[in-house]
Design a protein around this ligand. Structure first.
Ligand code: ADP
Ligand code: MG
Length: 626
């Protein structure tokens, strides 16, 4: 095999990145070097899968009748190991392109991680595919003899010792496919022993979807059944987690998974995972969303986005159906009826699974909600989705339970009758929400209010008029039939005369002018002197927030100012003489405070000036020389 044709006199330099990768691999202290075999087998399997795919549409294929498989043989005397496949093969140009540079995902991500120091090299070699070059961890030289599947292709040979260069030459391989020969380093002759090789194949490559033959044996060394095609009860949790790691290149185990084997209305195997984080890890393959789609064991699409609705795009995994027509191309697959059936089935299974998780494992579901709750709310925000199965999955913080995650059903349990609405408050963040004057009447009446502080919430609420025939109602809305005890009732002795107060309301109007559309007394306020409410005829708060978020203009009437006649500030203001020069300053500041609590923009410099005036005034009164 080391004959003259395989050594070209013109060495070609590896690309700089490849040299760096080789350097790291060869010199790393990594002990589990056996993973090189997994990488070579996985490449052979990829080459067979690609050939399979070509065979769907292409008649012109060299050695059409060759069995699709992988053959591994060792020669202990020569210290060589050979991995041969009948896959797609490579011509000279492809050999140079594919084995001279590292354009592919796994090795590049590995190199980036190694360079950035984000992970210890030795930890990640084994975990992630570093590809073809990992064979240089155990070999003094590697020869790749290949013959492409195209009828007119010429065989070619690639050869390298893992230094800075490789050579290319014409070869003599007649049969389609690739044969990789390694000359093992003295320390690694163990990889010439069949028993050792068998063990490695079992450990790392058992589910490779093509037969692997070892030595002279006619028997397969691998089990070959893909994990997702096996019976769920036969598969160990560790195997699921291993497969997830291979598939996603994520360090952390998945939060949860579901394994389906369904016969009707459509035949399907599926293995789907929810990752532990919505952020993909540095090496992750999750930067693209979509599921791996197989039709009768043949990989049709790596990232198929048509199998789940957009809002479930965080799920990763594999779907394999016997019912998809095999003559599908990647483009036409989306329009088949089977695809629509698969999507419907998968969506309902995923939502069912999540509902089960919420019931059986609250801790895990809470983690899930924190990572992916936004996505589910997106499902509500999209008008065309079927919202019903998503609604029970929603979780909220509420006024009474700001630290917990409660469901709509838990909220309903606190209600006295079937007509009572579900109240919510929209705010930019939770501290603002809890401080809101709109909540006071609810607190007094012992009613709970859901706190909606995600940017997606106003969109979702617009599509959520009711749940189990309880209306959803914005707590800030002006004319809620909430008969809260006002502080007037609590402190009757402090009650201001209606005359005084109505004069004060007039003063608010004259100071604030058309920045408010009206001023009136409120019976809903307890702790706050005033609050701002939207006029009934204007667009809803949800719509206003949605427009603001989309940076679109929406004409909105100015708010109504409601005054709490029982509040000490209001009472003291009402008692001031009409001509008191402090009055306009104080009214301005009370209005600004209310705007801040509503999350409306205010002018900070004017506010600071005003507050300084107020401070000075108060200092004078507390004994500044008077
Ligand atoms: P990856 O498998 O992540 O693409 P590798 O370093 O393992 O990266 O392989 C590099 C490339 O070499 C592959 O993408 C493929 O194009 C080519 N290749 C490697 N082994 C084979 C093979 N046995 N048959 C055909 N092509 C191969
Ligand atoms: Mg590979």
């Amino acid at each position: 095999m080391n004959d003259s044709t395989s050594i070209s006199s013109n060495p070609i330099a590896f690309k700089a990145e490849t040299r760096q990768l080789l350097e790291i691999l060869i010199h790393s202290l990594y002990t589990e070097r056996e993973v090189f075999l997994r990488e070579l087998i996985s490449n052979a399997s990829d080459a067979l899968t690609r050939l399979n795919f070509e065979m769907l549409t292409e008649r012109e294929i060299a050695n059409l009748d060759l069995e699709l498989g992988i053959w591994i043989t060792a020669d202990p005397e020569q210290k060589t190991l050979t991995i041969r496949d009948t896959g797609i093969g490579m011509n000279a140009e492809e050999l140079s392109e594919n084995l001279g540079t590292i354009a592919h995902s796994g090795a590049r991500a590995f190199l980036e991680a190694a360079r950035s120091g984000a992970a210890r090299v030795d930890d990640i070699i084994g975990q992630f595919g570093v590809g073809f070059y990992s064979a240089f961890m155990v070999a003094d030289w590697i020869q790749v003899a290949s013959r492409s599947y195209r009828l007119d292709a010429a065989p070619a040979v690639w050869f390298s010792t893992g230094s800075d260069t490789y050579t290319l030459s014409t070869g003599g391989k007649q049969e389609r496919g690739t044969e990789i020969t390694l000359r093992l380093k003295d320390e690694y002759v163990e990889f010439c022993q069949e028993s050792r090789l068998r063990q490695i194949i079992k450990r790392h490559s058992d589910f490779v979807p093509f037969p692997i033959y070892l030595g002279e044996a006619k028997e397969q060394a691998n089990q070959q059944t893909a994990l997702w095609r096996r019976q769920p009860r036969e598969v160990e949790s560790e195997q699921y987690q291993d497969y997830y790691r291979q598939l996603t290149m994520e360090f952390d185990p998945p939060l949860t998974w579901l394994h389906l084997s369904v016969d009707a209305p459509v035949q399907m195997y599926a293995l789907l995972y929810a990752p532990s984080s919505s952020e993909p890890g540095i090496l992750s393959t999750r930067k693209n969303s979509g599921l791996r789609l197989y039709a009768r064991k043949i990989l049709i699409q790596e990232y198929c986005k048509e199998l789940l609705p957009e809002y479930l795009r965080f799920m990763v995994g594999v779907v394999d159906s016997e019912d998809l027509p095999l003559n599908v191309s990647r483009e036409s697959v989306q329009s088949t009826r089977t695809m629509a059936q698969l999507k419907k089935l998968l969506t309902s299974k995923v939502l069912d699974h999540l509902a089960g998780l919420a019931k059986d494992n609250i801790d895990n579901y809470t983690k899930f909600w924190i990572e992916f709750g936004q996505f589910l709310k997106e499902g509500i925000a999209i008008p065309d989705e079927n919202h019903d199965p998503i609604l029970p999955l929603l979780r909220f913080h509420s006024m009474k339970h700001p630290q917990e995650w409660i469901s709509l059903d838990q909220y309903l349990e606190t209600l006295a009758d079937e007509k009572e609405p579900i109240y919510y408050l929209l705010a930019d963040h939770e501290t603002a929400a809890l401080r809101s004057p709109h909540l006071e009447a609810f607190r007094e009446r012992g009613l709970d209010v859901l706190l909606l502080t995600d940017p997606i919430d106003p969109f979702a609420v617009l599509n959520l008029p009711e749940y189990k025939s309880h209306k959803l109602v914005n707590a800030a809305d002006a004319d809620l039939p909430v008969e809260g005890k006002s502080s007037q009732a609590e402190h009757p002795e402090e009650q201001t005369t209606p005359e005084n107060t109505s004069v004060l309301v007039e003063r608010f109007k004259s100071v604030l002018g058309d920045r408010i559309s009206a001023a009136r007394l409120s019976n809903r306020l307890v702790e706050s002197p005033v609050r701002l409410v939207r006029p009934k005829d204007g667009p809803s708060e949800e719509l206003q927030r949605v427009y603001r978020m989309l940076q679109k203009d929406l004409h909105t009437p100015n708010p109504i100012l409601e005054v709490n006649a029982g509040h000490p500030i209001i009472q003291a203001l009402a008692a001031l003489p009409a001509e008191d020069p402090n009055l306009p300053v104080l009214i301005e500041q009370i209005f600004t405070n209310a705007q801040i609590l509503e999350g409306m923009p205010v002018d900070p410099s004017q506010m600071v000036d005003r507050i300084q005036k107020i401070i000075l005034q108060s200092l004078k009164q507390t004994g500044g020389g008077e």
